[in-house]
Design a protein around this ligand. Sequence first.
Ligand code: ADP
Ligand code: MG
Length: 453
Amino acid sequence: MKREEKIFKAETKELLNLMIHSIYTNKEIFLRELISNANDAIDKLKFKSLTDTDILKGDDKFKINISVDKDNRTLTITDNGIGMTYEEVDDNIGTIAKSGSKLFKEQLEEAKKGDIDIIGQFGVGFYSGFIVADKITLETKSPYSENGVKWISSGDGNYEIEEISKQDRGTKITLHLKDGDEYNEFLEDWKIKELVKKYSNYIRYEIYFGDEVINSTKPIWKKDKKELKDEDYNEFYKATFHDWNDPLLHINLKVQGNIEYNALLFIPKKLPFDYYTKNFKRGLQLYTKNVFIMEKCEDLIPEYFNFISGLVDCDSLSLNISREILQQNAELQVISKNLEKKIISELEKILKNDREKYIEFWKEFGRSIKAGVQDMFGMNKEKLQDLLIFVSSYDDKYTTLKEYVDRMGDNKEILYVPAESIDVVKSLPKMEKLKEQGREVLILTDKIDEFTL
Ligand code: ADP
Ligand code: MG
């Protein structure tokens, strides 16, 4: 059977070093990452099985299993999900997913200077195991290959990969914990339970620890809102949407009537790291009858809200929906319109009630909204115009167009100056005069501002 020893790509190695030795202090998040991968793997299998019933072979109750072995200092996470073929292990685990990109290398340089939190930016999932382990063994079996695969690494530059005989489908990850008191707690029952409750409670598959199921399996969006705290949403968001920051905002919708659905939407704090690359895909997760249908359903969210993540669960959709049929699906179109309206009204609410928070949002995502105003010959401008804010010479702060108009008195025009910065505009001789006349000027520092107006 095939067996190879390989070395990590240079940037993978650098990242591992950085992660293990310096920036990441919150050790415990590794468990969330590994459980999240197990969850994704079961989702993938379940989805594939809709069209390829053979891969299940009737054995299945999907589950994730955690176990500890104190004598050998190991912590093991097992799933019966999709598993990986030899090539997939090599591609997915042997290199950091997006590591080849130039962007990644640049960010890595910045991170070394201490400027950015690279893990927060990239969410290096699987590798976070090396925060607590000095050796990781991964054994996996895909329904699409005859043999299993074993991958072993100490996170120090090399890994071994070999074919093994393995019967049961899925993935088993064994962490050999580092020596040192601070790692001992990850072998304790109470700690494992605490971490699962804290970070992975709303994983939809049962997480077993011994004979006991230690998570709440009921989807968070099916829970009574009264039972949920901000932390519940935040942890669910981070575990599900691969962000290491809390979201700026969540929207929990339970809609009844003609079309019944639940939606849970999140506005992140920061632009996704790959936002400006062609790897970036918008869309919401789509579920029906508790089956995960699609990771990024574009039709649920307009282009200018492409930074929003979340999910829709609608039981009346048909299970074997294909991509093409989805696009013409009338129910999805209605849902999408509703979500758009809801997001706009939530944003307007923040703009009205919490200006500081809105500005934080605007600095990150204002460009997308402005692009939305311009797009399709301004088709959506009316919907979006009340979300626009610009810096004004009135008080050098952000203003809405409506606020500007309210201050205009008898004047009929909105004045604006495109410029590099507020200071440049303030030093213009003309400004003095306008000020005397009590006129207010919008200062357009973003290239797309002028065209937006
Ligand atoms: P991400 O989850 O953001 O893609 P990770 O580093 O967590 O990044 O995982 C990298 C890839 O490795 C995953 O996209 C997946 O293809 C694969 N993988 C990781 N864990 C598993 C698992 N338990 N079962 C199957 N595939 C897995
Ligand atoms: Mg992951």
